[in-house]
Each structure stands twice: as C-alpha cells, then as structure tokens.
Write a protein that binds this ligand. Structure first.
Ligand code: FUC
Length: 342
C-alpha cells in the first residue's frame, strides 16, 4: 500500500492536490481535493497500466462542460423538479441550474469547491477522506451539515466510497459518484456488456424529471437483467432524442447491483445500499472535450451512479433523502475491479 500526494493544478489561486492510493497489485486510484474528483483508476494491462475512468489533464477542463466527469455529487444527485421539496410541512426551494430544475446539487454543489483532506494507511487498504462543513449560505440548500467522503482502495481491488452526512439542521442528502467507466482501449463502451439488477425503470418527462410512473424493463432495451451488449441496447434507442441511456433504474435489491464487462473480460462490479442507479452513456459528448483518452465522442464512457431515486419528495415510494438535525447517515458505493489476467 502506498499513498502519494502531489500538486495537480491550481484553481482560484489555490493548489489542487492529487492523492494517489496504490495497492499491492499495482492498482491505484487518484482523488483531487477540488470537487472530490476521481481522476484515475489505474489497473495493470499489457501496456503497463490503463486508466478505466475518463479524465482530464488539468482542472479547468473539468469545469468547461456540463458532464460532471469524475466528480463527487451532493447534497442531492439527479434532478429535482423546480428545485422544490417539502421539509417539515413547508416547501423549500433550492437553486436551479438546468431549466428551472436542480441538477446534481445545483450551481454550488459538492463538485464546485475545495475539500480538506486526511489520509490513512492500513495493512490491506488505504484511504483518503475529504471533508467540509456546508452552510445554507454556501449552496442554497437548507441547513448546516458536515459532509465526509472517504475513498478507500483495498488489496481486493475495490474502490469503496463512503459518504457521511451529519446534519445540524434539517436538510437533504443523496450523494453519488459521477465517474465514467471505459475498460477498453477503444474510445467507446459499445463493446462492453452491462448487467443491472433492475426490473423497473423510471418514466421521465421531456426535462428528464421522473413522472412517478415505473415501467417494466421486460421486452425493452432497458432489460439488463442478463449481461447485454451496450451496442445492441443503444442501437434500439436511435429513434429517441437521447440516442442512448440517460435513465434511472429502480434496483431490485441492495448489495451487488450491476456489472460492467469489457470484451477482454475485465469487469467492474458495483455494490450499493440505495434503491436507484442512473446509467448515462455519454450520448451528448462532443469533440470540445479534451479528455486524456482523446476528443470527446458519444458513448465514450458510461456513468453508473448509485443513488436514492431522484426527485424523491415528489413521488410516493421513492425513498427519503431527508437528513434531520442531529442525524448522521453513511451511504457506500463499491466499484470492484476484476481482471481475467492471471
Ligand atoms: C447524468 C444525467 C444527466 C446529466 C449528467 C451529466 O447524471 O442524468 O442527464 O447529463 O449525467
């Protein structure tokens, strides 16, 4: 296990630190102190190593596009209609940043700021914890809360991300990770297979807000209950506006919820304790993105974002993202890398 801390770049005249954790199998992850960005997930390959998440070489490129590449998302992931949610019998409105709706924590969410950090090294894992106090004046959400995000890399090649929210006043907490995976040398994920433990997905309106209706995946391109080639599923969506997936799956259970497999049989297994998974196949990426992997293009990566179903408060049975004064909640996402190479 090794921890290396370097300067990645500058933003707002402050250094952005890069914290790289490497395990005993030469797998490593790098986290940036700005935006809680997962900047690298390096695994051994024929060419020494390959990075299986999309990334940029400098910090400003991360903020020149609307795609939240690698970023930590909070206080609430997904879209909230008109930014309004009931809290203690009153309707609270949080700042909007897409149409009139709030996306991924709004214009001042988790991804737009610096985080304090500390690191820890154990026998079989090492971790970096990002933490900060967030006040209503910072992001327009109700209440003061403390947020902590711990990225742990284990010798089992698991990246474990735990999000802890501690509320001093009532607020909302539905964090997630916006990493885009691409396990291949290719510039698209079309030859990856995806499996998602989900029998229903959410109907969305034209602004991608859930209508509240749940649709069965059976006999549709949304049926990933068996591993399915993304190329085939995406082909079936070519007559839709999105021409790919930007969808919310209601999960059948917690625990292992999804597997993404490359044709070389490398895979990422995803474990979560939430009821939803957003699958976004980067349909609208274009060549203005200067990713290290190359110019942006549709289907370059797939974001697999475990979270509580979005717009929760406006729909029955979607769950509850309220975090009450004095309450502390931790959610965990695990992305486990498996290689077929012996
Ligand atoms: C996903 C999608 C959104 C958005 C974002 C970058 O979470 O649901 O549509 O484009 O990623």
């Amino acid at each position: 296990m090794n921890i290396e801390i370097t300067d990645f770049d500058y933003r707002k005249e402050r250094p952005v630190k890069k914290i790289k954790l490497t395990n005993d199998n030469s797998v490593s992850i790098s986290i940036l102190t700005m935006g809680g960005i997962l900047n690298e997930f390096l695994v051994p390959s024929d060419k020494e190593s390959k990075n299986i998440v999309l990334n940029f070489s400098n910090i400003s490129d991360y903020y020149k596009n609307p795609f939240y590449i690698g970023m930590a998302i909070g206080r609430t992931g997904g879209r909230i209609k008109n930014g309004s949610m009931p809290l203690d019998g009153e309707v609270v409105t949080v700042p909007s940043n897409e149409n009139n709706n709030t996306l991924h924590g709004g214009p001042n969410g988790f991804c737009y700021d610096f985080w304090e950090y500390s690191t820890k090294q154990n026998q079989d894992s090492s971790s970096v914890t990002l933490y900060k106090n967030i006040y209503s004046a910072n992001d327009g959400y109700p209440g003061h809360m403390e947020a902590k995000i711990t990225y742990t890399l284990t010798n089992e090649n698991e990246l474990n991300i735990s999000y802890t929210g501690k509320a001093y006043q009532n607020t909302f907490f539905n964090p997630t990770c916006h990493a885009y995976f691409n396990l291949s040398e290719s510039n698209t994920i079309l030859n990856h297979e995806l499996m998602v433990e989900s029998s229903q997905y959410l109907e969305l309106d034209e602004e991608k807000i859930p209508t509240g209706n749940l649709l069965d995946v059976g006999q549709t391109p949304f049926d990933f209950r068996k591993p399915t080639l993304l190329k085939e599923a995406i082909n079936e969506l070519q007559d839709t506006t999105e021409k790919g997936f930007d969808d919310v799956f209601k999960l059948d259970h917690t625990g292992k919820i999804a597997t993404l497999t490359n044709s070389d049989d490398d895979s990422i297994e995803i474990f979560s304790d939430r009821n939803g998974l957003v699958v976004f196949t980067s349909n609208s990426f274009d060549d203005s993105l200067n990713l290290i992997k190359g110019k942006g293009q549709p289907y370059m990566g797939v974001a697999l974002e475990p979270q509580t179903l979005p717009d929760t408060h406006n729909h029955e049975n979607f769950g509850d993202v309220t975090l009450r004064a004095g309450e502390e909640k931790t959610y965990t996402i695990t992305y486990k890398y498996n290689s077929n190479k012996k």
